[in-house]
Design a protein around this ligand. Structure first.
Ligand SMILES: [Zn+2]
Length: 278
């Protein structure tokens, strides 16, 4: 795609603003989820001071609940200016805010570089933004909210009505296979060990990835995510004396899905070993 320094600069700033919004979603969405006793996702720790709406209301400091002023709410600059501390209570502001803003901005610039047209760019930017939010929420709270996974699935099908990434037929099959495959693994594991190996959110996330990338991508996404997950699990067990029983699988699915998308739209980043396996 045609790009110049100005468009890179513009999209970087745009990425920072979107990243700032994603921080709001990451922080507020888990506190606004319906607590349904039948829902496996209901184990979230809800902070009652922050229950409200996602879309309006000013951001508050998680420690002293002071409303954050507009001049202290500018992406990156405010964090640096405040030296990572709340202007009221001097408690530390999580570095996660800065990471999400920078990650989104850098990711958007990279997408501008690799995408071939504006429609494709818009859709993969949305795809990436959803995956960043889901990854951070899963790391923080061990949940993947339906509001994000299911919406991501519908947008994937919408993008593929015109075959933007894959034929619609393959996209629908991808969504079905993605859900069913992890659902089967979940029940097999539960029958054998009596434990919950993963959450329903993971099925929905893989279904969403299938809707974007087609059923053909499901095996490689699952393989790459599992290898990363197992490696991480072993690493955590060796490193920490405390044996951590569970960790979020969503981030590994998200990373594997994102890499698959990048390889799909850009031959330069094609990983041949995946096609050799499948
Ligand atoms: Zn504060």
């Amino acid at each position: 795609m045609n790009y110049d320094f100005l468009s890179f600069y513009t999209i970087f700033i745009f990425g920072l603003i979107i990243g700032s919004f994603l921080n709001v979603v990451i922080f507020r969405l888990p506190n606004n989820m319906n607590i349904d006793s039948n829902n496996s996702e209901s184990k979230t720790n809800v902070d009652s001071d922050f229950v409200g709406t996602i879309w309006w209301g000013r951001s508050k400091c998680p420690h002293c609940k002071a409303v954050i002023s507009i001049k202290h709410n500018i992406p990156i600059l405010s964090y640096i200016f405040l030296k990572g501390k709340c202007s009221d209570c001097q408690n530390e502001i999580s570095i996660q805010y800065l990471i999400v803003e920078l990650l989104t901005a850098i990711c958007f610039c990279f997408l501008l570089y690799i995408s071939t047209n504006v429609t494709q760019l818009a859709f993969i930017a949305i795809f990436s933004a959803f995956l960043i939010s889901l990854t951070m929420i899963d790391i923080n709270k061990m949940i993947l909210p339906d509001q994000l996974t299911l919406t991501l699935l519908w947008i994937g099908l919408l993008a593929n009505t015109d075959g933007l990434f894959i034929d619609l037929e393959h996209a629908v099959m991808g969504a079905v296979l993605g859900y069913c495959i992890l659902w089967s693994v979940f029940w097999l594991f539960k029958l054998l060990t009596g434990k919950n190996g993963m959450g329903y959110g993971d099925f929905k996330l893989l279904a969403a990835l299938g809707a974007w990338l087609g059923w053909q991508s499901i095996p490689s996404i699952l393989l790459v995510a599992s290898i990363m997950g197992i490696t991480y699990g072993i690493f955590m067990k060796v490193k920490t004396s405390l044996i951590k029983n569970e960790f979020a699988f969503g981030p590994f699915l998200a990373i594997a899905g994102w890499v698959t998308m990048i390889t799909k739209i850009n031959d330069t980043f094609y990983f041949p070993h995946l096609s050799l396996i499948f």
